[in-house]
Design a protein around this ligand. Structure first.
Ligand code: C5P
Length: 227
């Protein structure tokens, strides 16, 4: 596979609900760069494994599923969310739930799975640049990223944001259960032995608690333009 190591990458890592998706999309739009939502890849695999009724403990089967996952990201063209197509079926809505997030987090702890998904992520590095959002973009997938941001926010604010997001999509959730699930997922993501959630040594940490989206976008754009 050709990797374009000369193409600039902005890595945005951080815990769930820190606003990575929103900020990554806005920054990619402003720069005219490509966007990689790596969480969607893990969610899609968790979902596909569920559809195929695979046992998560059967690492070989999940890794094979990762290898032959037919995944497509489609821009709806109306400014709406990117559609995620798995094996030809639009699974965008199913992937947004906390259940899909938890399934993703469980399979994401398997080193074989992370390895099997590496090339799919590297393939997004295309000119003129890439904004990559995830947990290990700056540490593992694109360690040579030109700019690295670790975006965080208080757990209460992250739960509140997810709550509003999911409610707006018509999903039935409670704030207390979301906070609990987010804390469980963060603990699992941070404590796994492979690619644990942590800032890269050369990442700039941005705490978005109480900050409007536009202010965070401006801070990130300023970092990219400086690097
Ligand atoms: O970002 P999002 O909430 O969609 O990610 C879902 C899960 O996928 C995370 O909780 C994490 O376990 C996993 N993930 C990961 N590495 C990434 C992106 C997501 O392990 N780069």
């Amino acid at each position: 596979m050709t990797t374009h190591t000369d193409v600039p990458v902005l890595a945005i890592d951080g815990p769930s609900g820190a606003g990575k998706g929103t900020i990554a999309r806005a920054v990619a739009g402003a720069l005219g760069w490509h966007l990689l939502d790596s969480g969607a890849i893990y969610r899609a695999l968790g979902y596909a494994a569920g559809l195929r009724e695979l046992d998560v403990a059967d690492v070989g089967a999940v890794a094979r599923c990762a290898m032959d996952l037919r995944l497509e990201f489609r821009d709806p063209g109306d400014g709406g969310d990117t559609r995620v197509i798995i094996d030809g079926v639009d699974a965008t809505d199913a992937l947004r739930t906390e259940t899909a997030g938890a399934a993703a987090s469980a399979i994401a702890a398997l080193p074989e799975v992370r390895k099997a998904l590496l090339d799919k992520q590297l393939a997004f590095r295309q000119a003129p640049g890439l904004v990559a959002d995830g947990r290990d973009m700056g540490t593992v997938v694109f360690p040579d990223a030109r700019t690295k941001v670790f975006l965080t926010a208080s757990p209460a604010e992250r739960a509140e944001r997810r709550y509003k997001q999911l409610k707006a999509k018509g999903l039935d959730v409670t704030l207390a259960s979301l906070l609990h699930e987010i804390e469980l997922r963060d603990a699992r993501d941070a404590s796994r032995s492979v690619a644990p959630l942590r800032p890269a040594a050369d990442a700039v940490v941005i705490d978005s608690t109480g900050q409007p989206v536009a202010a965070v976008v401006d801070s990130v754009l300023a970092l990219v333009r400086k690097d």
